[in-house]
Structure formats: C-alpha cells, structure tokens
Design a protein around this ligand. Sequence first.
Ligand SMILES: NC(=O)c1ccc[n+]([C@@H]2O[C@H](COP(=O)([O-])OP(=O)(O)OC[C@H]3O[C@@H](n4cnc5c(N)ncnc54)[C@H](OP(=O)(O)O)[C@@H]3O)[C@@H](O)[C@H]2O)c1
Length: 169
Amino acid sequence: MRLPLLLVAAVARNGVIGADNRLLWRLPGDLRHFRARTMGRPMVMGRKTFQSIGRALPGRETIVVTRDPGFTAEGAFVAHGLDAALALAGARAEAMGADSVVIAGGGEIYAATIGRADRLAITEVALAPEGAVAFPRIDPAIWREVRREPGVRGANDEADFAFVDYERA
Ligand SMILES: NC(=O)c1ccc[n+]([C@@H]2O[C@H](COP(=O)([O-])OP(=O)(O)OC[C@H]3O[C@@H](n4cnc5c(N)ncnc54)[C@H](OP(=O)(O)O)[C@@H]3O)[C@@H](O)[C@H]2O)c1
C-alpha cells in the first residue's frame, strides 16, 4: 500500500522559499509547526536542504537525495534517485508506523514530487523577499484548500503567517 505523500513548505507571497541555501526569514512559530507535521515520519529532502539544516533532525528519519555516489550523511539515509528515495521512505514509514511520507524540500525536490503528492501543508509567509528558489505553482484546478489556520505571531517571528492545507480537487 502506498502511504499518502505530504509536501511541507513555508512559502512567501511571491512563491519564494529560500536563497543561497538558506531560509529568508526567522519564524520560530513555523519551525514548531514543521516539527509537529514531520515528527514520527520519514522525510525526503534534497542534498542542498540537508546541508543547509546541517544535521538529521531528531524524532524523524531523514532520506537525503543526491546524485553523488560518495555522499554520506550521519544519522540519515541516502538515496540516489527520487524513486529510490520514495520507496525507501515508504518502507521506513511502515517500519515506524507512520501515516504518511513527508517531502521537506527544497525547490528542486518539491518541483519533482508535487505531481505525485496527495496533500500540501503550506505555511503562507506574509513577506515577498528576493530569492532564487521557489515553490512550484499551486494550480487551483488541481489543488483545493481544505484547512486554513492563522499562525500566532510570537515576539521572535519576523512576519505574519498562516497554515494552509490542500488536497487534490
Ligand atoms: N521554505 C521552506 O519550506 C524550505 C524547505 C526546504 C528548503 N528550503 C530552501 O530551499 C533551498 C534549497 O533548494 P534547492 O532547490 O536549491 O535544492 P534541494 O532541492 O534541497 O536539493 C537539490 C539537490 O538534490 C539532489 N537531487 C535533486 N533531484 C535529484 C534526483 N532526481 N536524483 C538524485 N538527486 C537529486 C541533487 O543533489 P546533488 O547536487 O548532491 O546531486 C540536487 O543538487 C534552500 O535555500 C533552502 O533553505 C526552503
């Protein structure tokens, strides 16, 4: 059985998600949300995103996608193609008793997987920064908004934000 595939991303008003291998905002409120959405699940991410985070995050299993046959990542699995990464993530999800597989970015990996995703968990960030890395267009003919919840902006959050889930229309 194929488990649902969930893309989790924080996206600015102009679609930007990052630049220079980093995030462009400080939003602890969204990091807590990311933690909650990913905890106990396998996460597939691109090699650049893994290196920008700098380590495997606890309580989740990380599968790093790279074309580099020599790449190793402490505490993480490595896959050399998307199909291999998703197959491994599915097997790990079953082993962990997880209900879904998470795609955690970045831009290249979101673009390559949105066509197979079942659900999108988007944090809408009320900023429009310059940046070269974007989330793919969320086509309203394909995706239907099923939940919207305003984020509670804390003292250390640099912008307003809202949590928006989409399912296939
Ligand atoms: N706002 C958010 O929610 C969010 C979330 C995640 C990341 N980000 C941001 O996104 C940016 C990184 O995104 P990105 O698009 O530059 O890079 P990325 O998607 O994180 O990683 C790209 C890398 O993944 C590997 N890869 C891609 N497709 C592959 C395939 N089919 N088979 C094997 N390996 C494959 C390649 O690694 P090799 O070069 O090693 O072969 C490629 O260079 C950063 O700025 C990060 O902060 C934002």
